[in-house]
Design a protein around this ligand. Structure first.
Ligand code: C5P
Length: 398
């Protein structure tokens, strides 16, 4: 999986830097191209000469080369990389990454990197346990970085505990399995609905809801990152997918969303319905603005909107996977499993409005995933980007 991949290996100033030489060797042996970026302190622990000999490329440490004035572009490096691995990542480098303190080449490149970032912490056990380190590592996780947990064992200080950088073989495995997973939906077509729908009352007013679209957009990005061809049918939202390969079909109302879904569903392998579709629409939307002074308008007649998920459930053929969402306030599990059956879904993602940090407009979510066999798995509260990883993992397992 690593053949031909461009890897940036960031080395900061910890004793485990001696292991980074083996890591370079392993990446190169696996067919990857490695560009080492080392912090000024890193050079105290391992020489650039060793690393450049093993990687076959000059090691980068400074913003520019003093004698020639040649500029090292962190932006170009960030675009070149298919993955960035920071091993060892010291407490100080982790803190700088978490807070954007861009005072060396490694951090500026980290901030510019578009690729997946892996962080292999290495420090003494009390530093590892300190609330500031714990918080900074959580921040990195919330940015979508993959933390390669340090191992337990004897540390350079002779203390015994957690803080030892993971062995190079295991770091290589983590990066390799990321690339393997990144192809898990290759060739699959995925349809996703997201955001609210707006149901027109007159040219300036509508019935809508607070859905931000964040969950559906995160799922679209995650599916695209795994090689899927994604069509995202989106109600009106203020966000864009991060992944440029996602095809966005903008719609406004539930009936427009239904039309788009009916068009793309037959060719889809997977459909994930995250949209908060308005349940009702005005029966007679007006083409002129309703005037306040006009007294004969005091009742809004509504008609029920189509159930898009249920319509696709009825159209579904063998081999297609349909996933729904349920946002509940009470009897959560019973309501979710009832929807699973009624809409002919293969899986339903339940979020309860009773859970703090879950639901509309938040950046985090807390979900349970229920399947047709009656099993339900509850997940921890996480950033929506990581919730998307859990959802796509679960869908892939089907
Ligand atoms: O019935 P309820 O609205 O709770 O169901 C939620 C699930 O059904 C979500 O997956 C939502 O996207 C989908 N849905 C739909 N069309 C509707 C209502 C809900 O696709 N009109």
């Amino acid at each position: 999986m690593l053949k031909g991949k461009h890897i940036i290996l960031g080395i900061s100033g910890g004793i485990a830097a001696y292991k980074s030489a083996s890591l370079v060797r392993l990446f190169v042996k696996a067919g990857a191209e490695v560009q080492v970026i080392i912090t000024p302190n890193g050079k105290e622990f391992i020489t650039p000469l060793t690393l450049s000999t093993l990687s076959g490329k000059p090691v980068i440490s400074e913003f520019f080369t003093a004698n020639t004035g040649q500029w090292n572009s962190h932006v170009d490096l960030g675009l070149w990389a298919d993955a960035m691995v920071i091993a060892p990542a010291t407490a100080s480098t982790i803190a700088k990454m978490a807070n954007g303190v861009a005072d060396n080449m490694l951090i500026t490149t980290y901030l510019s990197a578009k690729s997946q970032v892996f962080v292999a912490p290495s420090m003494d056990l009390d530093m590892m346990r300190h609330p500031s380190t714990t918080r900074n590592i959580e921040l990195l996780r919330s940015y979508g970085n993959i933390i390669i947990e340090p191992a337990e064992g004897e540390l350079a200080s002779h203390l015994i505990g957690k803080g030892r950088m993971e062995e190079p073989e295991n770091i290589l495995k983590a990066v390799d399995s990321y690339f393997e997973k990144s192809l898990s939906l290759k060739g699959r077509k995925v349809l996703i609905t997201a955001g609210p729908t707006f149901e027109k009352i007159d040219p300036v007013r509508f019935i809508g809801n607070y859905s931000s679209g964040k969950m559906g957009y995160a799922i679209a990005d995650e599916a695209a990152a795994r090689g899927a061809e994604v069509t995202l049918v989106s109600g009106p939202v203020a966000i864009k997918p991060d992944n440029a390969s996602v095809r966005v079909v903008n719609v406004e109302s539930a009936s427009e969303m239904l039309d788009a879904c009916k068009k793309y569903f037959p060719e889809s392998d997977i459909a994930i319905m995250t949209a908060a579709v308005a349940d009702y629409a005005p029966a007679h939307p007006l083409d002129h603005k309703i005037k306040r002074e006009k007294t004969d308008f005091d009742t809004l007649e509504l008609v029920k909107n189509p159930d898009i998920a249920a319509t696709l459930g009825a159209m579904k053929s063998d081999g297609q996977i349909l996933v729904g969402f349920a946002l509940e306030t009470d009897n959560e599990l019973a309501n979710a499993t009832e929807k699973l059956e009624r809409k002919n879904l293969d899986m339903i993602v339940l979020n309860s409005l009773r859970d703090k940090g879950a639901g509309f407009r938040m950046d985090t979510n807390k979900i349970s995933i229920c399947r047709r066999d009656g099993s339900c798995v509850a997940y921890d509260l996480k950033p929506k980007k990581l919730v998307a990883v859990d959802i796509i993992d679960a869908v892939s397992s089907l």
